[in-house]
Write a protein that binds this ligand. Structure first.
Ligand SMILES: [Zn+2]
Length: 107
């Protein structure tokens, strides 16, 4: 079950009309490197707007979209955790691919 990382609210019925959950990357969390991936409900990302870099409605987030965040260096979030947050489970091949993109940025 995918839920808000901040308040724990799940998408449920509200997932329509942009009131559901969104993938966000945080830009100003201390000591976490660039852009940790979290899932926030609309209320929470508005409350945290100063710290939020990217907001992508979850219904628009595909594995390719997530990988793009890694490819473009917008996040170096732990791929396993990010996949679990965003998709509710971590696909091994997706985690591997994201990890490879992080590694290629470091090297
Ligand atoms: Zn929330």
């Amino acid at each position: 079950m995918v839920s808000c990382s901040r308040c724990g609210k799940t998408g449920g019925k509200e997932q329509v009309s942009g009131k559901g959950l969104s993938l966000v990357t945080l830009s100003c969390e201390e000591g976490m490197g660039s852009g940790r991936v979290l899932v926030y409900c609309q209320e929470c990302w508005i409350a945290m707007a100063d710290c939020v870099a990217e907001v992508i409605p979850l219904e628009m987030v595909s594995p390719g979209v997530l990988l793009d965040l890694y490819r473009t260096g917008k996040t170096t979030s732990d791929p396993f955790t990010a996949c679990q947050l965003v998709f509710g489970h971590a696909k091994p091949e997706l985690v591997r691919e994201a990890q490879a993109l992080i590694n290629s940025q470091c090297g």
